[in-house]
Design a protein around this ligand. Structure first.
Ligand SMILES: N[C@@H](CCC(=O)N[C@@H](CS)C(=O)NCC(=O)O)C(=O)O
Length: 217
């Protein structure tokens, strides 16, 4: 099997999902970082959407993080999906749901006014109610087995912690179940290994350059 090559952008949560999964499975892979907002020509030629992650497998190109996860999960066993079709389908739905949380984290990074930031925070909190209700098992989303839902959500928990630590914005404040899950996920070695060097400074630099509300004096 040819060694996959992941095209990445240093602070992208969707790429982080692929990295965590490959770390979990001990997959050997190459990684190439680009500035996705100022992409090289070769990337635009291979990427149908202009977005990362892109996974190159031989001459083939995969895009969309959830699809990349499904592919990697299938070709590098054992699967991190539950075997039961109904549980698996529900997991896929929660992975899709978790993808929606990233527009909130991005909008909060980029919000230029208090009004905009407050609106995004309120929306994120509203979205998290359903997630807390769905997290019935312990320690992971499905119980004992660490799964693709835990992986898909990990970059969100990292970003929620970033907002809490640096800007005293705690979107998980009213969600003890999610707080517990977040702490556990963030302690996982594959998750720690997926964070690029200087991650928090890179995020802050983007916020300052954007004159984001949270970094204003
Ligand atoms: N639904 C996509 C979202 C990927 C995505 O939005 N990636 C961002 C970086 S985190 C990107 O490439 N943005 C560049 C652009 O929108 O032009 C996935 O799950 O892979």
């Amino acid at each position: 099997m040819s060694k996959p090559r992941l095209i990445s952008f240093n602070v992208c949560p969707f790429v982080q999902r692929s990295v965590i999964l490959m770390q979990e499975k001990g997959v050997e892979y190459d990684i190439e970082f680009i500035d996705v907002y100022n992409p090289p020509e070769w990337f635009l030629e291979i990427s149908p959407t202009g977005k990362v992650p892109v996974l190159q497998v031989g001459d083939e190109v995969l895009f969309e993080s959830a699809v990349i996860s499904e592919y990697l999960d299938e070709v590098y066993p054992p699967s991190l999906h539950p075997a039961d079709p109904l549980t698996k389908a529900k997991n896929r739905a929660w992975i899709e749901y978790s993808s929606g949380l990233y527009s909130g984290t991005f909008q909060l990074l980029m919000a230029k006014t208090k009004e905009d930031a407050d609106k995004v925070i309120a929306e994120m909190i509203k979205n998290l109610e359903g997630f807390q209700k769905a997290k019935q098992a312990e320690p992971w989303f499905n119980g004992e087995a660490f799964s693709l839902v835990d992986i898909a959500s990990a970059p969100f928990f990292i970003r929620a912690e970033f907002f809490k630590t640096h800007f005293q914005v705690d979107v998980l404040k009213d969600f003890p179940v999610l707080q517990q899950w977040s702490a556990l996920v963030r302690e996982r070695q594959s998750v720690k290994d997926s964070i690029v060097d200087g991650f928090e400074e890179l995020l802050k630099k983007r916020m300052v350059a954007n004159e984001s509300y949270l970094t204003q004096d």
